[in-house]
Design a protein around this ligand. Sequence first.
Ligand code: KG4
Length: 340
Amino acid sequence: MSITILGIESSCDDTSASVLRDGVIHSNITATQTVHMAYGGVVPELASRAHQQNIIPVVDLALKEANVTADDIDAVAFTRGPGLLGSLMVGTSFAKGFALSKNIPLIEVNHLKAHILAHFIDDLKNTYDHPNFPFLALLVSGGNSQIIIVKDHMDMEVIGETIDDAAGEAFDKCAKVMGIPYPGGPVIDKRSKEGNPLAFEFSRPKIQGLNYSFSGLKTSFLYFLRDRVKENPNFIEENMNDLCASLQYTIVDVLMNKVKRAVRETGIKEVAIAGGVSANSGLQNAMKEAAVKLGWKVYIPQLGYSLDNAAMIAITGYFKYLKKDFVEQDTAPFARMTIK
Ligand code: KG4
């Protein structure tokens, strides 16, 4: 018997809905909110209002594109957290209402685990190579930088994480200092391609073990620019590509050094990257280089499944559906949720 899951994602500033049938994505529709650009970051209240406006048209389109109706859905999976509470409430309330009206099971999904399980997605166009358990995951997004041992679809152990800023935050905050609008990560990536990664050197964190720290790098970048701009007010514009390339090189190097250490310590050589920053071309190239030089098997998500999306919620929901891991109507969203 075929199983059809509707996935709903609304944790931050993307409203997304996806239909998955028997592990295969049939649609994945995302409305990205542009209202935050003027503010240099996501404004929570504006995000929840935009989710309210977007959720019904986005779900409608996802059903249409998958060629199904609401009656064909066997269960609804939704992001319970972590994220912005107001945003999560919109997706959670919608999912509950949908499940109640169709009398079908409701499945809660941890957004962080879903980013990792996006590696198990297949879609109508492609069947992808899926990681074998146990594998290591580097989860890098706007809110997280973690190294995780993935033992099973649901059994994950965090072995390293940031003690302050996330890698995505480092990209976005440094971009802001250079006058690049939020989110600056993709712009830094683009400008890096035209710049010299060794033009400037920034301080690197000296953190023990497998943990990360990015706040020192951000501060060193800020002070570096402040001093240079005093000497030459056009310094940023004149050196934008080199600044982006050098910053990206440093962030990627910091990320990769700990992943290499994690591989040495665990002996696990299958490594997947996940989360918004996994779209970064510098990180993807460094992973591919490690695959060749160090004999790793690496997994890089498709762009549509690396940024926030409902396809990853639907696939996680599918694994939970198979285990009959359902929740009740009184389930509330959580702003803070960890992998464990
Ligand atoms: O996973 P995600 O879509 O949202 C959450 O944080 O949950 O990640 C967003 C983050 C932002 O910090 C954004 O700047 C970063 O991912 N990002 C990138 C790139 N694409 C997205 N950072 C560097 N290079 C990119 N190509």
